[in-house]
Design a protein around this ligand. Structure first.
Ligand code: GTP
Ligand code: MG
Length: 352
């Protein structure tokens, strides 16, 4: 049973967190598993892969392109994992991977007939997205939310720790009614709830390979994609004083970005702020929208002297504006903390 599953789903829905929890759970309870983070950028070790590796997981990344367009590279990676004893490999796709069903599942099957067993095409949704879709207020991003779910064989309602039992049942019922061809499962990647059911669904289920009409490349697609941009900034910071608090530092950058993006009239579905020090301690903060609380995903356990910082994310915002706002926030907060910065690399790109 050597299986591969794509995890699609909107930015911030919890794909990386779920892949990490599943890779660990599957390896501990069944057979070895692995995960691939597919982030875009000409860098290596972008935030999701760096986080997975800092967390000690069997993880790698593909960054130079969406896995939609590098079937050969993906096949090679899968074979390497299978040769290494993995029975399940999961990969995400960049946060608006509409069309991945066609390009990844059909692409792999056509180029390598009979070589890969494909698990149900899996799409993650978080309660907030379901709420927006249910209320009809999902706005400019509606096309992306909806078409991602249309592609699903398996819809994973993540972050169920945030819901009451009644809310969870209501969301599952709505998803089942609106996307009747998909199975649904409720999980919390954070608490571990539902990981057994998810593992079972991936091992027992097969991809349907159906081809929903999602208007790929059409006007709505281009409109939604035209709004999106990607950005990353990597730097090293030398700390001047013993009392540098990495957790407060990341939080202040996130707060400033949230404020400045809001003022600019744009939106930031997900900015990952990750920092680590040479001994392996690390902190991570996630900004998942201008109207939401900032998530502290991992806290530094100790004060640190030298840190590497990676700010990596996606905006519904012009690429140059996103770059300007995040870079300015990092510089202003670093100045306040009297850090000496050495910028390694920064890159921004529009998705349209
Ligand atoms: N409460 C709660 N938060 C979660 C859960 N899963 C993920 N999160 C948080 O949601 C935020 C986004 O999670 P990620 O796993 O980075 O989301 P993603 O889908 O990989 O995002 P992109 O890489 O931008 O596409 C982080 O702050 C996570 O800690 C969950 O089950 N419950
Ligand atoms: Mg991710």
């Amino acid at each position: 049973m050597k299986k591969f599953a794509v995890f699609s789903g909107f930015l911030g829905s919890g794909k990386t967190t779920t892949m990490m929890a599943l890779t660990k759970y599957f390896t501990e309870t069944r057979v070895k598993a692995a995960m691939i983070s597919n982030d875009l950028g000409h860098g290596v070790n972008l935030a999701d892969n760096r986080l997975a590796q800092l967390s000690g997981l069997n993880a790698s990344e593909i960054t130079d392109n969406c896995i939609c367009y590098v079937n050969e590279q993906l096949a090679e990676r899968l074979n390497a994992y299978y040769d290494d004893g993995c029975a399940l490999v999961v990969s995400d796709i960049p946060g608006f991977g509409v069309g991945a069903l066609e390009h990844v599942y059909h692409g792999l099957t056509e180029k390598f007939p009979g070589k890969f067993r494909l698990a149900p095409f899996t799409v993650l949704a978080e309660p907030r997205t379901v709420e927006l879709l249910r209320s009809g207020t999902s706005g400019d991003l509606h096309y992306l939310y909806d078409t991602q779910l249309m592609e699903a064989d398996l819809i994973v309602l993540n972050k169920c720790d945030l819901l009451s039992t009644a809310q969870k049942e209501a969301d599952l019922a709505w998803l089942g009614a609106h996307y009747p061809l998909a199975k649904t499962v409720a999980i919390s990647a954070r608490s571990g709830e539902g990981l057994e059911t998810l593992s079972q669904a991936l091992t027992d289920g097969e991809a349907s390979m159906r081809r929903p009409d999602i208007g790929y490349g059409g006007r709505e697609f281009r409109f939604a994609m035209g709004k999106m941009s990607e950005f990353y900034l990597q730097y090293h910071a030398v700390v001047c004083c013993d009392d540098f608090d990495g957790n407060a530092y990341l939080m202040e950058i996130a707060e400033k970005v949230r404020e400045d993006i809001r003022t600019s009239g744009n939106e930031i579905p997900h900015l990952k702020l990750l920092a680590w020090e040479p001994e392996g301690d690390f902190g991570k903060v996630d900004l998942i929208g201008t109207d939401r609380d900032i998530e502290v995903t991992r806290r530094f356990e100790r004060r640190c002297r030298d840190v590497a910082v990676l700010l990596n994310g996606s905006g519904a915002c012009p690429a140059d504006k996103l770059e300007e706002i995040v870079t300015a926030a990092a510089q202003a907060v670093s100045e306040k903390y009297r850090l000496e910065l050495m910028i390694f690399k920064s890159e921004s790109m529009g998705m349209g």
